[in-house]
Design a protein around this ligand. Structure first.
Ligand code: COA
Length: 215
């Protein structure tokens, strides 16, 4: 049992995000062939306009998969990068890269429960169409690394129940359904937020989250 799990996790993620040497994990397919790799997004990437642009375009294209929908801009993405990604102790995002080093998508971790030794899968997006199956193997690689390196006891995730592509991916990676959470749509100007509201009958909710847990 680790004495100070929070210190252990935060120092590891901080080291990876701020170190100058890229942190990579090899991604293999079911035959153990290398098909790509995960590369941690770090402070260096903030100055890379192509990185910020990919993050912006991919977020913009996949608005319906996220709890808030708003006008995505390069400026907003850059400040999200600084404050919400690098600036959050318990958050890390990896680019999924193919063998030529092209960015194919990203997968990440967030919201560690330091008492229970758990965390959540965060920000799973395929950005380009190439390499079918690479997202499954990338997420499997991230799960194995999280269990082995960050010593988590379990991993959760939340997905909209009307997102069958993502649910299929998560089931392929070993997640099972845990519970449905009814959502309420809140609109403020041009911003839409989907908020959990347990008072709504799940059968009547306009949208719901499906919470999944690693089996
Ligand atoms: C969710 C998302 C990342 C899944 O991406 P994906 O391309 O389906 O994932 P994979 O790369 O693992 O490809 C799987 C597909 O390739 C096929 N495939 C081919 N060879 C494969 C292999 N060796 N291993 C696994 N799948 C393989 C699968 O059958 C599957 O196709 P299907 O869904 O038609 O059955 C993608 O749909 C996405 O970015 N969606 C928008 C954002 C989003 O919803 N994110 C989740 C937020 S919670």
């Amino acid at each position: 049992m680790l004495q100070n799990y929070q210190k252990f996790v935060d120092s590891e993620l901080d080291f990876i995000k701020k170190h100058t040497i890229p942190y990579t994990l090899i991604v293999r397919n079911a035959n153990s062939d290398i098909i790509g790799y995960l590369e941690a997004i770090t402070t260096r990437d903030e100055k890379d306009n192509a990185v910020i642009k990919d993050l912006k375009v991919w977020r913009e294209k996949n608005q319906q998969a996220f709890p808030s929908q708003f006008k995505v801009t390069l400026k907003g993405t850059r400040s999200w990068f600084k404050a919400q990604l690098i600036g959050k102790n318990d958050r890390i995002l990896f680019f999924v890269k193919d063998l030529d080093g092209n960015r194919v998508g990203h997968v990440g971790l967030y919201r560690f429960d330091y008492k229970k030794h758990t965390c959540e899968i965060d920000n799973v997006i395929r950005g380009s169409k190439s390499s079918p199956g690479i997202m499954t193997m990338a997420l499997t690689t991230l799960i194995n690394w999280t269990k082995n390196e960050l010593k988590t006891d379990n991993i959760f995730l939340t997905v909209f129940s009307d997102n069958p592509k993502a649910i299929k991916l998560y089931r392929r990676c070993g997640f099972i359904d845990h519970k449905l959470i009814p959502l309420e749509k809140k609109v403020s100007g041009k911003v839409i937020n989907w908020e959990e509201n347990y008072k709504i009958d799940p059968k009547k909710a306009e949208r719901s989250y499906l919470k999944m847990i690693l089996s």
